[in-house]
Design a protein around this ligand. Structure first.
Ligand code: ZN
Length: 422
């Protein structure tokens, strides 16, 4: 039985809602409700039904077959309407005499395809929908796992994963999480035309793990090219190696010089760490490196060996399959998925056997301590400090009870890419 205690506070509900790109053709839309602007064009909102093609959807919306052909053709250099997803919302704008003026398709939460007919000419363009960001704050207490304490707040898996990634160098969420640990973070929630369309950066995060207290500030400085998570002093949270090649799994066997082997039925050293995880769980490269071995190797099953800096080498065994495109000599980045958990070779069940060595000497991956990546450069330090101070003020204002407050709002200008039709 899992009992969870967690609090979610959403601050600043009221947001600005920019509609459409042109002032005289406003189209305020709140979910399914449509309010027609008292202006020349009429707007009708539809959506692509399941198992329905764009052609079928447009026919049903009363568009002539010949015009549909023209629309699809005009759109093609920008977007292939034959690949439109079910559920896509589209709006047909007509003149008062009923003639078609424009069809726009919400092809992604942040982009819209507009096909226009004007002066007897068809044109198409991709319009980026203007977004506003709101900072939203979440916090919780762990009773069994980070995942469960976050999912109970209806947090999207994407955001939970991002949060775990922020501390991916400090904490192994598979084994170091303790009951009673507390977490907190502030994330950008993106809105377009009044609808929530996804998540931006986690701008601040903290995690209290027993006596350890970690803080992370997202910082981006265009002038110095610095971007990433730093502590309050400007030290990078990023290390040469991630703490674990598996994001969410559990350690089933540790590194040891001597242990009872379930298949060989004798005492044998265990040269790495085993992570039990369902078949297909993604396996990440723990550091930047190069593939020096990839293939099936007897009892090791499907295996990848990576070469890293300073003579470090990591091995990943028993995979069910490799990530597409991985081959000998391929360069991989820290955190990049290289393959998936399986039970190939000698394995009693799906797990990842993970090994680390330095100059061919085996080491316990759970005990390696490595230097951090570059800190915020000297020239940006003053700017970074003021950024931290402003975030800290915001966090303090959230922590003050019974007061909700607007803590930010930033607007991204809309851009459009024009093209002439054919
Ligand atoms: Zn093992």
């Amino acid at each position: 039985m899992i009992r969870l205690r967690a609090v979610a506070v959403i601050i600043f509900f009221a947001i600005s809602m920019p509609y459409g790109s042109s002032a005289q053709e406003q189209l305020p839309v709140f979910d399914e409700m449509v309010i027609l602007a008292p202006l020349p064009l009429t707007h009708d909102v539809y959506s692509i039904k399941k198992n329905s093609s764009v052609h079928e959807a447009l026919i049903e919306a009363g568009v002539d077959s010949r015009i549909i052909y023209q629309i699809v053709k005009t759109a093609r250099p920008k977007f292939d309407l034959r690949h439109i997803q079910p559920g896509t919302r589209f709006v047909i704008a007509k003149e008062h005499d009923g003639s078609l003026r424009r069809i726009s398709f919400d092809i992604s939460p942040l982009t819209r395809l507009e096909v226009n007919y004007s002066h007897k000419e068809w044109t198409s363009e991709i319009v980026e929908i203007e977004t506003t960001k709101q900072l939203v704050h979440y916090s919780g207490t762990i009773t069994d796992s980070l995942w469960n304490s976050a999912i109970v707040q209806k947090l999207s898996p994407e955001v939970i994963t991002d949060f775990a990634e922020v501390f991916g160098w400090q904490l192994d969420f598979n084994r170091e999480v303790r009951k009673g640990d507390t977490w907190k973070f502030t994330v950008e929630k993106l809105f377009a035309e009044g609808r929530s369309v996804g998540w931006g950066n986690i701008v601040y995060a903290q995690y209290q793990n027993g006596p350890e207290f970690y803080k992370a500030y997202f910082y981006k400085n265009k002038a110095t090219g610095t971007q990433g998570y730093f502590d309050e002093t400007g030290a990078s949270l990023r290390k040469v190696f991630l703490k674990s090649p598996i994001k969410f799994g559990r350690i089933t066997s540790r590194f040891s010089r001597r242990r009872f082997h379930p298949i060989h039925r004798r005492f044998k050293a265990h040269n790495g760490v085993d992570y039990g995880a369902p078949r297909g769980t993604p396996i990440r490269a723990v550091g930047d490196g190069r593939i020096i071995k990839i293939g099936r190797y007897g009892g090791s099953g499907k295996m990848i060996v990576l070469d890293h800096v300073a003579g470090y080498r990591t091995k990943y065994l028993h995979m069910s399959r490799f990530k597409k495109g991985m081959r000998r000599g391929s360069k991989v980045l820290q955190g990049e998925i290289i393959g998936y958990v399986g039970a190939t070779g000698y394995a009693t069940g799906p797990h990842l056997h993970f090994e680390m060595s330095k100059h061919r000497r085996l080491m316990d991956p759970l005990k390696v301590n490595l230097p951090a990546s570059s800190p915020v450069p000297e020239t940006a330090l003053a700017h970074f400090k003021s950024h931290v101070a402003s975030i800290n003020r915001n966090i303090a204002s959230i922590d003050r009870p019974a007061r909700s407050k607007k803590i930010c709002c930033e607007s991204v200008r809309s851009k459009s890419i024009h093209s002439t039709g054919q």
